[in-house]
Design a protein around this ligand. Sequence first.
Ligand SMILES: [Zn+2]
Length: 315
Amino acid sequence: MNNGSVRKPKYTLPDFLEQFPDDDAALEWLMGFMYPAGVKCHVCKKVTPHHRVKSRKSYCCHLCGHHVHPMAGTIFHKSTTPLRLWLYAIFLMASTRTGVSAKQLERELGVTYKTAWRMFKQIRSMLDEKLGPVGGEGKTVEVDETLLYPRPKRDREGKAEFKPKTIIIGAVERGGNIKTEIIGYQNREVCEGYVVANVLPGSTLYTDEFKGYYWLWKRGYSHATVRHAVHEYAVGDCHVNSIEGFWGNFKTGLRGCYKHCGLAYLPSYLNEYTFRYNRRFSDVAMFNHFLARIEKMGWWVPYSERGPRSFSEIV
Ligand SMILES: [Zn+2]
């Protein structure tokens, strides 16, 4: 595990400008990234040399003239925004900690707000993680929930309209990954169920004094609590400050940068913060982690690479 004193890999703006001096360089990079072993031409049925088609964002087979579009099926699909600006948007999102607003992107790139918002939405859609349970024998895990209160609309008399709060639960392994989930209720059934599904037995669990966690010792965890109600925030090693730090970052970003987030989009914002948090100790620069997520999705993966589709996919 790294700590703060170890120099982290950096990918700075000069690095970006050197790697992507223009749009052609960006497309050339994407082509190499999508087809590292060369392009297998659909018509020639073999790997053939391809050359760049002038004035189009595609490459052409030397032998038969079949075109390959590296942007097709990725998050850049059919976008008229230059690829280099897309990569710069990814660079911005990778270099921040509490988020970059679409308004900021609009000002920096000179695109419309609608475009900027969609770009960030598309980038966030890549960041979904399918992680297994955290913790395990000899590992320490902190579990905590946080509440998001929506700003209520007020009528003419100043009476606030009722809006339900949103509850997010999370489990973080110290020095390891975090997992988060939006839950409907904050009760024993839900919270205990979440812990059992997402934290491996044998872990040392630290939580606050919420009664929903009371019976976790029966589930194979060694469990200790801190009593926030009496302003007790750490007893020796027992605290939930790591996950509180994550909530702090997330809420600061929502409040200070994004200002508003519809419930439908909340999971994608959570993904963004989780993705960065889980790579905080990585030896690879964050920008490269983001780039590694670019892929062709669903129907756009060539048939030869995808194999036969299942019935459910076609329906
Ligand atoms: Zn060909």
